[in-house]
Design a protein around this ligand. Structure first.
Ligand SMILES: NC(=O)c1ccc[n+]([C@@H]2O[C@H](COP(=O)([O-])OP(=O)(O)OC[C@H]3O[C@@H](n4cnc5c(N)ncnc54)[C@H](O)[C@@H]3O)[C@@H](O)[C@H]2O)c1
Length: 431
């Protein structure tokens, strides 16, 4: 039994920067009829049901009871006190022509004081920051914020999508191994407990599904997965799959499907937004690099195909280059190998816009996570791996990186939840 999407849905974003404000502006634009939700599966994609001959392919949003855009209310936390209009203006993603008509709406979204510590994001200085006697106390303040947001905005349900900065690299340790150890570590201010983990803990405790848009460990620990399971709250992560990695998870399965070899993949890009500035710090870059590097290995399976993929070289660079702002330019050089060992090269030059690619992902993750919650799903949501660079997976299992397997998994999960048959594409089932 899936609870209906009655009333309003609150979407809280820790982080009110380029991605979050572009997301909010876009949703309001769609509500006013001035733009279309391009890039969003929940709004634009159809889903085939039954056999091909049945000709049933409704829009996902007509098939699955999702919250409507008109029912969304926004809230955010950020250590920088700018309201969403000012933040969007500084981010420079949207032109004044698109931004100015939304000024009243965006100016009204003011960030709540953040749990922030410069130790974890060295390139930022924040003034809109909570004070507390220890990390537990700070996390309790976040819980109080969520309760207050519910009360004041009158929303029925709340979901959270982390759109905050990438924190320094942290490995899972003993403090992340159980809920008890995690809660003790919050009380003793353990350095392995980063702010993003406090948001995740607070959200789960308040029954708020949590989606992790950055590569931060955050909710991707045993402790928080178990807590989410116990509290019946869906969680997912990590790191929005947008520019270069999205392209990689489209191309690499194609190379592998044809059993072509790979000698090396070199990816570099230039970007000049605040995210690029934060990633200019080696400790934050390390978190991002780990997230980006895992992809090829899992798709290509060198252990299974040593003749094709053993020892390929994979290099990822991100260069902070202010003139480009949010308009990232990426270059990929892919050295592949064909019949009789002959080398070939593929070059990709992607002139993308980071936040324009990420914004619809925020919307989909929020709507699907709210739906998952109402459908009684709990804990890690692997079917949402479609949206992530470094998807969470059950212990002992490899995450699925291939975009098209991820898409099939997502759609088949929707079919199953709605009582429809899985689409297998087997010839005998397909006509
Ligand atoms: N845009 C993309 O294509 C893309 C893809 C994958 C991941 N991401 C990740 O999404 C996140 C947001 O990207 P962006 O371009 O909007 O960055 P941004 O720098 O414009 O915005 C991030 C905001 O988070 C705030 N912040 C930092 N620490 C915080 C905390 N502890 N609590 C609350 N807010 C905090 C910052 O002050 C900033 O305003 C980054 O971590 C980025 O790596 C973006």
């Amino acid at each position: 039994m899936i609870r209906p999407a009655t009333g309003k849905l609150g979407i809280l974003t820790p982080g009110l920067g380029a991605v979050a404000t572009t997301f909010m502006a876009g949703v309001e634009g769609v509500r006013r009829g001035s733009s279309k939700p391009i890039g969003s599966l929940t709004q634009m994609a159809t889903i085939r049901l039954g056999k091909r001959a049945d000709h049933r392919a409704p829009l996902i949003k007509e098939f699955v009871p999702l919250a409507g855009l008109e029912d969304i209310v926004f809230g955010a936390w950020d250590p920088i006190p700018d309201d969403a209009y000012t933040a969007a203006k500084k981010a420079g993603v949207l032109t004044p022509q698109d931004l100015e008509p939304l000024k009243d709406f965006l100016s009204a979204i003011k960030p709540m004081p953040a749990v922030f510590d410069q130790h974890y994001v060295t390139r930022l200085t924040g003034t809109n920051v909570k004070k507390g006697k220890n990390k537990r106390d700070l996390a309790e303040q976040l819980r109080a914020d969520i309760r207050e947001f519910r009360k004041v905005s009158g929303v029925d349900r709340v979901v959270a999508v982390w759109c905050g900065s990438t924190e320094i690299f942290i490995r899972p340790s003993a403090v992340h191994a159980s809920v008890e150890a995690f809660e003790k570590a919050m009380e003793s201010d353990h350095p392995d407990i980063a702010p993003s983990m406090l948001y995740a803990w607070a959200c789960i405790m308040e029954g708020v599904p949590y989606c992790n848009g950055a590569p931060n460990l955050a909710v991707d620990t045993r402790a928080l997965s178990e807590l989410a399971d116990a509290k019946g709250v869906p969680i997912s992560g990590k790191d929005f799959k947008t520019g270069q990695t999205w392209m990689k998870t489209v191309l690499a399965p194609g190379i592998k499907a044809r059993m072509l070899g790979l000698e090396g993949w070199y990816s570099t890009n230039i970007l000049g937004n605040r995210d690029g500035e934060v990633l200019d710090d080696p400790a934050s870059f390390k978190t991002k690099e780990e997230s980006k590097l895992s992809v090829l290995h899992t798709i290509l399976q060198p252990e299974t195909y040593p003749d094709l993929y053993d020892g390929f070289s994979h290099v990822v660079r991100i260069n902070y280059y202010p003139p480009r702002g949010d308009n990232k330019e990426g270059w990929d050089n892919v050295d592949i190998v064909g019949w009789m060992g002959y080398p070939m090269q593929i070059k990709v030059n992607f002139l993308c816009r980071d936040s324009i690619l990420a914004a619809p992902l925020v919307l989909d993750l929020a709507l699907f996570s709210d739906f998952a919650h109402r459908a009684g799903l709990r804990g890690m949501q692997e079917w949402l791996s479609f949206y992530y660079k470094s998807p969470m997976a059950a212990p002992g299992l490899q995450p699925e990186h291939d975009l098209f397997i991820q898409q099939t998994k997502l759609k088949n999960t929707l079919r199953r939840l709605m009582g429809e048959a899985q689409v297998t594409h087997a010839t005998e089932d397909d006509t």
